[in-house]
Design a binder for this molecule. Sequence first.
Ligand code: B1M
Length: 209
Amino acid sequence: MADMESLKNSIIKGDQNTAKAITAQALQEGMSPETILNNGLIAGMNVIGAAFKKNEVYVPEVLIAARAMKMAMEVLAPKLVEAGVKPIANVVVGTVQGDLHDIGKNLVVMMLKGAGFNVIDIGTDVSPDKFVDAVKKNDAKLAGLSALLTTTMPMMDKTVAAFKAAKMPTKIMIGGAPVTDEYAKKIGAAGYAPDAASAVDVAKSLLGV
Ligand code: B1M
């Protein structure tokens, strides 16, 4: 019988073949897609996220775990849709205008997906208007802004201002190497996360989930 502890461990180890095989077996045995998602895949990503936060694992381990999750999700996603399992919330994530750095942003995307959010990744060099449009189009409650350059940090301020000008109640979470909690408060962003794992905690707390 498919064992969720083994599925969780396959995600932690980044063993994509085992993750995919156990997911397929669990579905075949009639386990609910939601149980597989929560007790196997998300449980594994939670462990990786906590270890990443404590510097017990590093970027490569997170990428490998996320790849294993992605493979398993290819099998699981159609069944989740059939079962009507809803993601926690829609979240739009991008790197601000003028900034092409996306490695950290991609990690944030992976961790949010791993935690059960539906993430709309709008890439790099994203203008304030494009952020606003993407949030409107996807009815997102949260926008995540990444910046790696001190010269592009002011675009976060401009993006927050664009949401305010559009009178949108969207919560905005910011992050990236030069960004600080103090800066988030200064520009009126709702939250700041220092790393990808914390981004999940901050996102959940901002959305009250
Ligand atoms: Co650039 N670069 N770079 N670069 N680059 C830095 C950032 C820099 C610190 C290097 C240096 O000088 N020591 C420096 C910035 C200086 C500053 O502004 N203070 C710099 C510079 C100057 C530049 C250029 C201007 C260089 C030039 O052309 N003269 C240029 C700018 C291009 C542009 O964006 N317009 C440039 C270009 C590039 C490359 C294209 C070559 C490449 C990017 C490739 C890519 O991303 N696809 C690159 C890289 C790789 C770096 C370094 C080496 C690594 C960045 C990285 O990926 N880190 C970087 C130096 C360094 O950091 N050692 C540097 C790993 C990543 C996992 O961490 O992105 O911090 P990070 O993400 C973390 C957290 O910050 C947080 O979670 C992540 C995971 O824990 N986080 C969030 C990030 N976003 C978040 C969002 C959240 C929450 C948390 O909520 C939404």
